[in-house]
Design a protein around this ligand. Structure first.
Ligand SMILES: Nc1nc2c(c(=O)[nH]1)N[C@H]1C(S)=C(S)[C@@H](COP(=O)(O)OP(=O)(O)OC[C@H]3O[C@@H](n4cnc5c(=O)[nH]c(N)nc54)[C@H](O)[C@@H]3O)O[C@H]1N2
Ligand SMILES: Nc1nc2c(c(=O)[nH]1)N[C@H]1C(S)=C(S)[C@@H](COP(=O)(O)OP(=O)(O)OC[C@H]3O[C@@H](n4cnc5c(=O)[nH]c(N)nc54)[C@H](O)[C@@H]3O)O[C@H]1N2
Ligand code: SF4
Ligand SMILES: [Mo]
Length: 748
């Protein structure tokens, strides 16, 4: 498919209906079932799951003569409505990209010089197994760090970590929603809380940009709400596509907590909150009242730069729309060091309008185990089974990031995630102990973690770096061993629980045979590596079909059943909100705190950070001549994952720096000019996009560009790598801090 055909299908919805307001944000609806393709080429449809980003939307893959001709949304899933985003449409372009990794490779030259030789899988496994054995013997399993983007591959990848007794397993989440997870855990005792955007009447975004940071079901929800007349208010230092759909509130970066506390102040002063909800279901309101007592709109105006009348009006409108009002809890949430307190405050204000377990509010994710707590629904859905593994050796030390240690802030870091930015520090400083090897799966630390140069320095110091990816990424180019995975269109994955208002399971299955026969799926790679390392007992499955059967049998399902539609939802169950018909219904089944209360004040947080109730912290604002540097997602790319995918690269291969016209004029910079951006000792070349759509004290670019691996032939050297400019400051609960860097800009 060339660029024109792609644009036609992705942005205009060939044969389907375009349903978004902005070209870049367009979602395309599935075409009606297409007739048998012309010229006797039989078209078949395979129901599977997308992986152009980690949302894993259900898809319908059209296959003609053993080749993927087109990908559409899976019409069997009502939450997604048969709709895909532009990146999902681009799947075939990734699948058939000749620049993909095709064979395992061993490094033959200096790190970063790109000198590799192709080897057999057996040679690659042997090399890794021998190196790890030496490290394990000399330094212990804990000297090996494992980092991956969270997902269904983790069962296999982390089995290696657990097998060698390493506690140092990290997800990418510290760069993404970690502070939100901490907030939800501390208040509800569980992270699985979601928002019912589609039914809301008033939605306030704190930098959540649904039209570019796409999640098909959420984005559709927002569009449905707005289509039904809901008001959308967007706090963002720049004018995002989402802001263009509602009221833009150009807030100063890192001051959102002041805005949220002032909303609470108004709602309490004017008694515009749901007293019954607060009394019945929550604890700690008295402490919260004290915390926000002096946080008036007048005070918040000085912090946020937003007029007090605006804050007052939004607080009133929000409270008056209750309970169908959502103050959004965000997705990429590591903006400032104490971001977890912002997320806690957001959820407290939500609970003040009683928007929990009612339509148009928040709800507990209803997976099978939650549903089975309700007698009227018992048995309609059964939980997936798990492949049972023998006991792993117990790690002999604690983790390098202190996760789980009581009495310090890292007590709050979710065990399965950790503070991934700490790996760089432990390699370079040896503190708290030395990391000697790093196993990386589906993750690109050089571009995704702050301070790229420091990450590279760390990678160069390792005894062993193993990277499993689809491309020769900016991290892979420093690896000792590169393992090529096949794409999502060529593999099965373990069945995935994607429950929302009802239980839901999603299947990924191959649509076509391997395009490059020497690539393999993760479930096979880590099983084979494990066997080579003498860890075979921890992989008790013959193949992935056996693995899936071990999951499905306890759930009363079969693989053939899953293949039919690609998704499974319980027969005879409807989406449900516990308080829809009875606003006093018990929430004991969904609030997982031992107190069974939604905890505004948290003893656990108090113990960890001495701030059991959110307190405001003032951070510096840019001085004259400097700018706050913020970043974000673009609709046609996924993070740093798709910039080299042919059709997506053709649509967008650069990320100019947004700068306000007034600021640009002062610096003599015109639209399209070459510029130099500086932050402390780091510098980056770029081009300027002069716009009115940003605060004059802020600059912005889309994330994921400025790639340094020459093997990414289309993406190499184009655009700005934001993380080259951002220091590796680790936030209070292990999060990255991506909105705290000040830069200067000059004409090149
Ligand atoms: N098309 C597409 N969709 C995606 C992704 C993708 O890469 N491409 N990635 C997925 C992933 S991994 C994620 S985490 C989500 C992210 O989804 P979002 O969290 O919605 O997206 P971002 O674009 O990262 O950030 C949103 C906005 O935060 C603003 N911002 C920066 N600092 C501040 C601040 O201090 N205060 C306020 N109020 N705003 C601030 C930025 O200007 C930006 O517009 O999107 C997901 N969906
Ligand atoms: N400064 C700054 N930093 C950020 C952000 C920001 O906005 N600003 N955003 C942050 C956010 S929200 C996130 S989620 C992270 C994302 O950072 P990462 O977790 O690194 O995610 P991606 O860049 O999406 O992709 C990682 C790698 O997965 C590979 N990949 C894709 N599919 C497969 C597959 O099937 N198998 C294997 N083995 N590999 C695959 C891709 O080729 C890519 O190299 O970045 C974070 N970093
Ligand atoms: S949001 Fe788009 S890219 Fe991500 S899984 Fe869904 S269709 Fe694929
Ligand atoms: Mo993310």
């Amino acid at each position: 498919m060339n660029r024109r055909q792609f644009l036609k299908s992705a942005l205009l919805g060939a044969g389907g209906t375009a349903i978004a307001i902005s070209g870049f944000g367009t979602l395309t609806k599935a075409a009606p079932p297409s007739s048998i393709a012309a010229e006797n080429n039989q078209e078949t449809t395979v129901f599977s799951a997308c992986e152009m980003c980690r949302n894993q939307c259900p898809i319908a893959v059209k296959v003609v003569n053993g080749k993927v001709s087109k990908i559409e949304g899976n019409p069997h899933d009502a939450d997604f409505g048969g709709v895909l985003c532009a990146r999902g449409n681009a799947g075939p372009s990734l699948l058939y990209d000749p620049q993909r990794l095709k064979k395992p490779m061993l490094r033959t030259g200096e790190r970063g010089t790109g000198k590799y030789k192709e080897v057999s899988w057996d040679e690659a496994y042997t090399y890794i197994a021998e190196k790890l054995k030496v490290i394990q013997q000399n330094d212990g399993g804990e000297a090996v760090a494992f980092a991956s983007r969270k997902g269904p591959h983790d069962w296999f990848f982390r089995t290696i970590a657990q097998g060698i007794g390493s506690p140092n397993m990290f997800s990418h989440e510290a760069t993404c929603p970690l502070t939100r997870s901490v907030a939800l855990d501390s208040m509800f005792g569980v992270e699985g809380i979601a928002a019912d955007y589609g039914n809301a009447k008033y939605i306030v975004s704190i930098g959540r940009n649904w039209l570019e940071g796409i999640h098909v079901a959420q984005t559709r929800g927002i569009m449905k709400a707005v289509g039904n007349g809901a008001k959308l208010v967007v706090l963002d230092p720049r004018f995002s596509v989402t802001a263009s759909m509602g009221e833009w509130v150009p807030i100063k970066g890192a001051t959102d907590l002041a805005f949220v506390m002032a909303m609470a102040n108004v709602m309490i002063a004017e008694e515009k909150y749901d007293k019954d909800f607060v009394e019945r279901y929550t604890s700690g309101f008295d402490q919260w009242k004290v915390a926000v007592k002096d946080k008036t709109p007048e005070w918040a105006e000085k912090e946020t730069g937003i007029p007090q009348e605006t804050i007052l009006r939004i607080a009133r409108e929000f409270a008056e729309s209750r309970p169908k009002a959502i103050l959004d809890f965000g997705w990429r949430t590591g903006l400032a060091p104490n971001d977890y307190q912002l997320r806690r405050a957001i959820m407290i204000v939500n609970m003040m309008v009683g928007n929990f377990e009612t339509p148009g509010g928040y709800y507990r994710v209803k997976n099978a185990s939650v549903v089975n707590r309700f007698p009227e629904m018992t048995g309609l859905a059964k939980a997936l089974g798990a492949v049972s593994q023998p006991a792993f050796p117990k790690p002999v030390t604690s983790r390098i990031d202190g996760t789980g240690i009581k009495g310090i802030p890292s007590q709050l870091i979710p065990e399965g995630d950790g503070a991934v930015g700490q790996i760089t520090e432990s390699i370079l400083t040896g503190q708290p102990y030395q990391i000697k090897a790093w196993m990386v799966h589906r993750f690109n630390p050089v571009i995704s973690l702050p301070e790229s140069d420091r990450v590279i320095e760390a990678l160069k110091k390792l005894d062993l770096l193993v990277v499993c990816d689809l491309y020769m990424t900016d991290t892979a180019m420093f690896a000792d061993v590169i393992l090529p995975e096949c794409t999502y269109l060529e593999r099965y994955e373990q069945v995935y629980d994607m429950s929302g208002l009802m239980p839901k399971y999603v299947l990924r299955q191959p649509a076509v045979p391997l395009v490059y026969p020497d690539t393999k799926p993760a479930w096979r790679i880590y099983k084979e590596l494990g066997e080579k390392m003498g860890l075979g007992q921890y992989f008790p499955y013959a193949d992935i079909v056996d693995f899936i059967n071990q999951q499905l049998t306890p759930a009363g399902l079969t693989l053939n059943q899953m293949k039919e539609k690609g998704v499974w939802i319980p027969v005879g169950m409807k989406p449900f909100y516990i308080r829809e018909n009875d606003p006093t219904a018990s929430l004991d089944n969904v609030v997982s705190k031992p107190s069974k209360k939604i905890e505004f004040y948290s003893e656990e947080v108090q113990e960890a950070t001495k701030q059991g109730i959110p307190q405001y912290k003032q951070y510096p604002q840019p001085e004259e001549g400097k700018f706050r540097f913020v970043q974000g997602k673009v609709a046609v790319h996924t993070n740093a994952g798709t910039i080299n995918v042919p059709v997506l690269n053709e649509v967008m291969s650069q990320n100019p720096l947004w700068i306000h016209k007034i600021s640009a004029d002062k610096l003599g910079i015109r639209d399209g000019d070459a510029i130099i951006i500086s932050a402390g000792k780091y510098e980056h070349k770029g081009t300027a996009k002069v716009t009115q759509g940003i605060r004059p004290d802020t600059v912005f670019c889309y994330h994921g560009f400025g790639r340094i691996s020459p093997e990414l032939k289309r993406a190499y050297g184009k655009g700005i790598n934001d993380n080259k400019l951002i220091p590796n400051e680790i936030g209070e609960v292990g999060n990255v801090c991506t909105s705290m860097t000040f830069v200067t800009v000059k004409k090149a």
